[in-house]
Design a protein around this ligand. Structure first.
Ligand code: S3P
Length: 178
């Protein structure tokens, strides 16, 4: 059985879309930690933050981390920006950090046709000043946790996914099987 690929990185850097592209190029499944948390708790991430608080959300992330370690193989896993802090991260799979600088991430969110939705989904992006502080404090943690780091600034998702697969020595599917 192959190891999972775990994508970490700051909010809105593109972990979800990169995971889906990696799945497409490699023929594996892609799953997302925040989706798992939402389906398990039957609440949106935004509602969990609002009604149960951030510490509760962090506990759910840890539980999800344990579930992934024990039940999931051969899968591309995208994570929320704070999932890097789950204690068993390295046991879940090979950890790939998607890096972009703070300004590029913010500009990309603001320029997106669904900017409002993207911001609503992410309570921690509401204050740009706080988000920047969080980015600065998380950066060394992402770098420490990563087996592989890739700069995604201004790059196409397909190109990023191709580079990741190549770096991990995973053969892409033949064009006809994609
Ligand atoms: C968070 C990132 C979010 C989501 C939650 C907390 C964080 O996911 O898990 O709002 O602590 O950075 P994305 O990274 O997909 O935005």
């Amino acid at each position: 059985m192959e190891r999972n690929i775990v994508l970490i990185g700051f909010m809105a850097v593109g972990k979800g879309r990169t995971a889906r592209e990696l799945a497409r190029q490699s023929g594996r499944y892609a799953i997302d930690c925040d989706d798992l948390i939402e389906s398990f708790s039957k609440m949106k991430i935004r509602e969990i933050f609002e009604h149960l608080g951030e510490p509760h959300f962090r506990r759910l992330e840890k539980e999800t981390g344990l579930w992934l370690e024990h039940h999931v193989r051969n899968t591309i896993i995208s994570t929320g920006g704070g999932f890097v802090n789950v204690p068993n991260l390295k046991k879940i799979g090979v950890v790939v950090y998607l890096h972009s600088d703070f300004e590029a991430i913010v500009n990309q969110v603001m320029d997106h046709p669904q900017a409002k939705k993207k911001l609503e989904k992410r309570p921690l992006l509401k204050s740009l000043k706080k988000a920047r502080k969080l980015f600065d404090s998380r950066l060394p943690i992402y770098r420490e946790a990563a087996d592989v780091e890739i700069d995604v600034t201004g790059r196409k998702t397909a190109d990023v996914a191709g580079t990741i697969l190549q770096g991990l020595g995973i053969a892409p599917l033949a064009a006809k099987d994609k």
